[in-house]
Design a protein around this ligand. Structure first.
Ligand code: ATP
Ligand code: MG
Length: 346
């Protein structure tokens, strides 16, 4: 009787990398049975993830070679099965299957006008005839409810789902609706994420063409969690034409790309000021028209001027696209909405 060390076999198999999955057989916990008989013949059952399914021969050869290099081993028999689940990918759920084109609206820096742009853009897209929803995913500082002038709490329907408000042609839902005005938002980390998925599942959006999702500033867990729970089709970055804001928005763009979310382009907010007397454009932040798109390597989807009517509209719950439907700002939002709709291909 010969002695074959199981530990030695495991050690050797720890060096066998599963093709396509970049993980060793042992770390993947792919060894499902290991029998060694008295003569030193080894019979091994191996399970590999989906990525390896086209390279099973190569894997088998590596396994045989690795085991044969252990002292006293004679013949090696390998039995490989493939697990349909790929290794390393996070399980993806689609919690809002009835939305054709969910779009994330993000920025690196806070206060650049994400919520203002999301609100007016959603209304502009609805004006073009699309079915549009707007989700305020900014758990820390929800502001969409205020911008839409919605004060009531949402109702729950017979299916125990939250019914979004319909205002200015847009279906609106916000965590802000669920919080008392001065509730400190103490949800953090995992609890926050749990609340988000629950929230996504519990809203009765119905059939929508577009759902604009207003993100909190930065590149945190909410973005990640959304990307894993919603089939996001595109992202839009909002920035002001300042170098500091551009630097931050770049981080946001990089994050979208890492999450495999196609970035549709950038909206430059507070881009310029139109003089009420002479009608000339003044580029307040940048001095002259900034090549934001070039700097980010992205198309510019729109340039929204700075206008006190935008802020006033936001504060009193009447977005400028509704309050001043003929203004140059509204025209700019409608133009931007058209470009986005064209890009989405719906
Ligand atoms: N183009 C604009 N002209 C004038 N005021 C604007 C414009 N865009 C945004 N504002 C004002 O700037 C302030 C910040 O805008 P908003 O809340 O939309 O930014 P945000 O990026 O969503 O901020 P946060 O990071 O806090 O979520 C608001 O008072 C808003 O009314
Ligand atoms: Mg905001």
């Amino acid at each position: 009787m010969v002695k074959v060390s199981r530990i030695d076999i495991y050690e050797k198999l720890d060096k066998v990398i599963i093709p396509g999955a970049n993980v060793s057989l042992v770390k993947y916990k792919g060894i499902r049975g290991l029998e060694i008989d008295e003569d030193g013949n080894v019979d091994i059952k191996v399970e590999v993830p989906k990525q390896a399914e086209n390279n099973l021969k190569e894997l088998e050869e590596s396994v045989v070679k690795a085991i044969k290099s252990v002292e006293n081993v004679k013949e090696v028999k390998v039995n490989i099965s493939v697990n349909e689940k790929p290794y390393g990918t996070v399980e993806f759920k689609n919690l809002i299957p009835n939305v054709k084109f969910p779009i994330l609206i993000g920025s690196g820096k806070g206060g650049v006008g994400k919520s203002t742009v999301s609100s007016n853009l959603a209304i502009a897209m609805a004006k073009l005839g699309h079915k549009v929803g707007l989700l305020d995913a900014d758990f820390y500082g929800p502001s969409i409810a205020m911008m839409f002038g919605i004060k009531e709490e949402p109702v729950v329907n017979e299916k125990e789902k939250l019914v979004p408000f319909e205002k200015f042609g847009v279906k609106v839902m916000s965590l802000g609706f669920l919080l008392e005005e001065d509730t400190p938002v103490i949800w953090r980390g995992p609890l926050l994420m749990k609340a988000l998925t629950q929230f996504l599942e519990d809203v009765e959006w119905g059939e929508l063409d577009y759902l604009l999702i207003d993100l909190p500033p930065g590149t945190g867990d909410i973005q990640l969690s959304l990307a894993q729970n919603v089939k996001v089709k595109g992202a839009i970055a909002v920035t002001t034409p300042q170098d500091v804001a551009l630097l931050d928005v770049k981080k946001a763009v990089t994050m979208f790309e890492k999450l495999n979310i196609p970035v549709m382009g950038v909206i430059e907010n507070m881009s310029y000021f139109i003089c009420h007397n002479c009608g000339t454009k003044h580029f307040i932040f940048s001095g002259n028209e900034m090549d934001t798109g070039d700097k980010l390597g992205l198309p510019v989807l729109g340039r929204i001027p700075i206008d006190s009517a935008i802020r006033e509209g936001g504060d009193k719950g009447l977005p400028i696209v509704v309050g001043y439907p003929e203004s140059p700002v509204t025209k700019e939002f409608l133009e931007t909405a058209k470009i986005i709709a064209e890009k989405s291909g719906l």
